[in-house]
Ligand binder design. Structure first.
Ligand code: ZN
Length: 115
């Protein structure tokens, strides 16, 4: 399986006035809580690779590791929920479709996860 990266984006616009808390954001939240720290290499989860902190245009900070779904279908980062909630307009439609396909249920994000 090819490793797929989800939500490694760099928004250029300021964040929206209110976070978007819909099915998409909640699905990502549930999936994110299942991720483990690591990196996908040829479809397998390898040891943690430290990627360095990343700062969003609005000042939100990521942690310094990637986060991989337990079935190793997807790799994301700790700002994935933030991007969907605050920068939805800049998330590519293709990635929204990928999030819709996640099957880890739906959970409400916390303040910390939203940043
Ligand atoms: Zn942001």
């Amino acid at each position: 399986m090819e490793s797929r990266e989800l939500l490694f984006i760099e928004p250029t616009q300021q964040k929206s006035a209110q976070p978007t808390l819909d099915e998409i954001t909640r699905k990502m939240t549930a999936a994110y809580r299942k991720t483990i720290e690591g990196s996908l290499v040829n479809g397998k989860i390898e040891d943690i690779m430290f990627m360095g902190w990343h700062e969003c245009v609005c000042g939100a900070m990521s942690d310094n590791t990637n986060h991989v779904l337990p079935d190793s279908s997807m790799e994301t980062n700790s700002l994935c929920i933030h991007y969907l909630a605050w920068h939805r307009e800049e998330v590519p439609a293709r990635e929204i479709e990928e999030v819709k396909k996640l099957s880890y249920g739906e959970e409400e994000p916390t303040k910390e996860e939203l940043q």
